[in-house]
Design a protein around this ligand. Structure first.
Ligand code: 4AD
Ligand code: MG
Length: 464
């Protein structure tokens, strides 16, 4: 008989029908009457299904009585109305198949609460907990909504390369990809490592962003987006940095930074509206156990306009509150996480889109404003997380772009194909990158970014 997911069985009302479910035991309680209650969870929903295993089952003593938390079983039997509070249906097992036992002496996920820190060391088992199951479902829902949002708006999904020779941010935070032997690499006459003999015949790295390639396709297909893994070797041990994270990067041709801000706001509000409508059970769980203001915050973000200010205005606001900060604020300095959070949490109490940052602290590709000092950049800041989106209108003027590259100390020749896009049919265009894990953090209230990706990669940690 075909197995059904518990989330679908929980919705059924055709009592008496025979169904088969399968999952992992969360609890076993033996009743005095010589039968047992098993709660099974298969990950399809936060709540599991209660199974009644009668003492008359042929394997009741030999197997059912050996079941503990973590064991894998399937149960087939009649769907019955549940007399218990908090559940509508349960399954009266006529057959119970045991696939894999879990020895309670060794299985680490027992009933008592385990810290998130400890669970990171058990990343292969933590999806079996309520919290990590819920994170995985919310993450999946946000990914599906992302595709729906962009597909509905005729954005084309583009797969950009993971291995690249281009530093898309010009910040030098790239992991090298090589097949050379680190103990004895080939050398040039000058004694440098000879990357001409490397696999690709040139230095290559893991990408920090698909943006430059997305600009190429936007310059032909109008609106595109990427959704892929990106890598940064910045040595940041914070609760919002990963060395490997996922990014969504839309890029629009014939668009300016205003269009960009509108898209960012529409997109985020759409995501939270969808989540509130379709994932309420998981959100209630986070709201109860992880972050008590979560649902109210998500609702208010979905319902109200974002604030929009310039970097200059942000600096003025921060200087008036200067005493509150560890890092001083001056026009020209980058906003620290504490500043971002002060703006979005304390000043406005809603997401803030900050635009027009100084040229000197932003990437080479951002379009220069007429004031000569700032660029048409945009960051979206949200409560609890800070920067969730970074983007800009792109410099479409060849001479200005080459000048920006040079001023940033980058080799314009190395970006030949990127500058080519400004030589042939150049158009105003704009885009942004949404850090997917920061989005999941905001959507769940989870404090540490290591707990919203399955197997986090951070400095000194690439286990699993
Ligand atoms: O602001 P960033 O560096 O912008 C870019 O990469 C642009 N190429 C995007 C674009 O315009 N197409 O990164 C974008 C977002 C940040 O706002 C943040 O949410 C996330 O990516 N991010 C990180 N998330 C986790 N760990 C890290 N180390 C991150 N670095 C950036
Ligand atoms: Mg940024």
């Amino acid at each position: 008989m075909k197995r059904q997911l518990i989330k679908h069985v929980l919705e059924r009302e055709d009592f008496g029908a025979t169904v088969r479910i399968a999952g992992w035991v969360r609890t076993r309680r033996d009743s005095k009457g010589g039968f047992s209650f098993l709660e099974l969870n298969d990950g399809s929903s936060l709540v599991g299904l209660q199974v009644i295993a009668e003492g008359s089952l042929p394997n009741y003593e030999s197997e059912v009585q050996q079941l503990h938390i973590g064991a894998a079983v399937s149960a087939t039997g009649a769907l019955v109305e549940s007399p218990g509070a908090g559940q509508r249906v349960e399954l009266r097992a006529a057959e119970l198949v045991v696939y894999g036992l879990a020895d309670p002496e060794y299985y680490p996920l027992q009933k008592k609460r385990i810290s998130f820190e400890r669970l990171r060391e058990l990343a292969h088992l933590r999806p079996r907990t309520n919290t990590f199951g819920a994170v995985a479902r919310v993450r999946n829902a946000l990914a599906a909504s992302t595709h729906r949002f962009f597909q509905d708006r005729d954005f084309l999904y583009l797969h950009t390369p993971i291995i690249t020779g281009s530093d898309a941010e010009g910040a030098g935070e790239m992991f090298r990809v090589t097949t050379l032997d680190p103990a004895s690499p080939p050398r040039t006459d000058e004694g440098q490592v000879d990357y001409a003999q490397d696999f690709f015949g040139q230095p290559t790295f893991l990408t920090v962003s698909g943006q430059l390639e997305a600009e190429s396709y936007a310059s032909a297909l109008s609106n595109v987006y990427t959704f892929g893994p990106t890598f940064r070797s910045e040595n940041s041990n914070t609760r919002r940095h990963l060395a490997e994270f996922w990014m969504i990067e839309p890029e629009m041709a014939f668009a300016d930074n205003q269009d960009n801000a509108d898209l960012a706001e529409d997109y985020l509000r759409y995501l939270f509206r969808q989540l509130l409508d379709n994932n309420s059970r998981d959100l209630e769980f986070f709201n109860q156990w992880v972050d008590q203001g979560l649902i109210e915050r998500l609702s208010s973000v979905a319902d109200r306009d974002f604030e929009r200010i310039t970097y200059g205005e942000a600096v003025d606001l921060l200087r008036r509150a200067e005493s509150e900060f560890e890092f001083p604020v001056n026009w020209g300095s980058d906003l620290q996480s504490e500043h971002e959070r002060y703006l979005t949490e304390t000043v406005f109490g809603r997401p803030v889109i900050v635009t027009d940052y100084p040229f000197d602290i932003k990437a080479f590709y951002m379009r220069r404003n007429d004031d000569g000092k700032t660029v048409a950049a945009l960051d979206v800041l949200v409560p609890g997380v800070g920067e969730i989106i970074g983007g800009s209108q792109r410099e479409e003027r060849l001479d200005v772009l080459v000048d920006s590259l040079e001023r940033k100390g980058l080799d314009a020749a190395g970006y030949w194909w990127y500058t080519d896009l400004r030589r042939f049919g150049s158009v105003p265009h704009a885009g942004f990158g949404l850090g997917f894990e920061r989005l999941v953090q905001f959507a769940t209230g989870m404090q540490n970014i290591r707990d919203v990706i399955a197997f986090p990669r951070t400095p000194n940690n690439a286990e699993f």
